[in-house]
Design a binder for this molecule. Structure first.
Ligand code: F6P
Length: 320
């Protein structure tokens, strides 16, 4: 059995631990593994390299992906998919394992449809926005990275009695922003799922000011309320408060994976190889109700994950 493993799209801390888990679990079954370089681009460019258990030594603690990644527009075209399918078949690949988020899921589904080669997808994304699973590889590390940064920002916010807008990743969804806001004790979470006006936010800040709060932290998801610097100047005009902005950006994607992210990676990788041994095709592996599960890729792809409204409400409730 030949397995190709690919890490497309945004990287997430723990992806290397996931590659290692796939390679070593596959070795225990006598399967061969090929690593695909630069995400789906490598399928088109025929960039495969054999991975033995020794090739994945010393990577469990590394951020990024040793296989590299890319955003590959060509893969979204029929020509790109055809080429990828052709290369997979030429390499005698029996099964494709993709480690990534919603873009990886979509790509895996499409290349499987074109090539007829079954896929297993391991949920890995700092956005944690994959429908059907509660937690992805890398989410825990990204939350901790952002919380650690906000703890530092709060020191200066309190000292100068300022309001800080801290922008975290999440173009479409606010899962990261909600967990970061709750765990950092932020006063306000701004997420794409709950649009608010500048007037709403300024009223909330003024109310907190009247309750004696002299500084506040607003955790804003990338996709909520537009440009953070413009938002800050409008809110400053409306409230009279002194604002500063920190955009955390890609530091949330990198760094040493937390123990939790690594553990999920080990469990998901082993589960993906078990699916291959059992011939269970086109499944997404993730954590649900604290158990490692596999669900139909199609079901995940056609659903939208809901945010935890209780967690979202709790941010404001605990900010009085
Ligand atoms: O999908 C993960 C993600 O980190 C998003 O949260 C973010 O909006 C995006 O990737 C950034 O992508 P890029 O690194 O291509 O700019």
């Amino acid at each position: 059995m030949n397995i190709a493993v690919v890490t497309p799209g945004g990287d997430a801390p723990g992806v290397n631990a996931a590659i290692r888990a796939v390679v070593r679990s596959a070795a225990s079954q006598g399967f061969e593994v090929f690593g695909v370089e630069r995400g789906y681009m490598g399928l088109i460019e025929n960039a495969f390299r054999k991975l033995s258990p020794r090739d994945v030594s010393g990577i469990i603690n590394l951020g990024g992906s040793v296989l590299k990644s890319s955003r590959c527009e060509l893969f979204k075209t029929p020509e790109g998919l055809e080429k990828a399918a052709e290369n997979l078949k030429a390499m005698n690949v029996d099964w494709l394992v993709a480690i990534g988020g919603d873009g990886s899921l979509k790509g895996a589904k499409e290349v499987s449809e074109v090539s007829g080669i079954p896929v297993a997808v391991m949920a890995a994304s700092i956005d944690n926005d994959i429908a059907g699973v509660d937690e992805t590889i890398g989410f825990d590390t990204a939350v901790n990275t952002a919380v650690e940064a906000i703890d530092k920002i709060r020191d200066t916010a309190v000292t100068f009695e300022r309001v800080f807008i801290v922008e975290v990743m999440g173009r479409q969804r606010g899962f990261l922003a909600i967990d970061v806001a709750l765990a950092s004790g932020a006063e306000i979470a701004l997420i794409p799922e709950h649009p608010v006006t500048h007037e709403d936010v300024s009223q909330r800040l003024l109310k907190m000011g009247s309750l004696g709060k002299k500084s506040s932290i607003i955790v804003k998801a990338e996709g909520a309320m537009g440009d953070p610097f413009e938002t800050a100047s409008r809110l400053s005009r409306l409230t009279g408060y002194d604002f500063r902005v920190t955009v955390l950006g890609h530091i949330q994607r990198g760094g040493v994976p937390s123990a939790r992210s690594r553990t999920l990676a080990c469990l998901f990788g082993n589960h993906a190889v078990r699916l291959i041994s059992e011939g269970k095709k086109n499944r997404l592996v993730g954590l649900r109700d604290n158990r490692v599960v596999d669900i139909s890729i199609l079901d995940s792809y056609t659903s939208v994950k809901k945010i935890d409204e209780n967690k979202y409400r709790l941010v404001s409730l605990l900010a009085v």
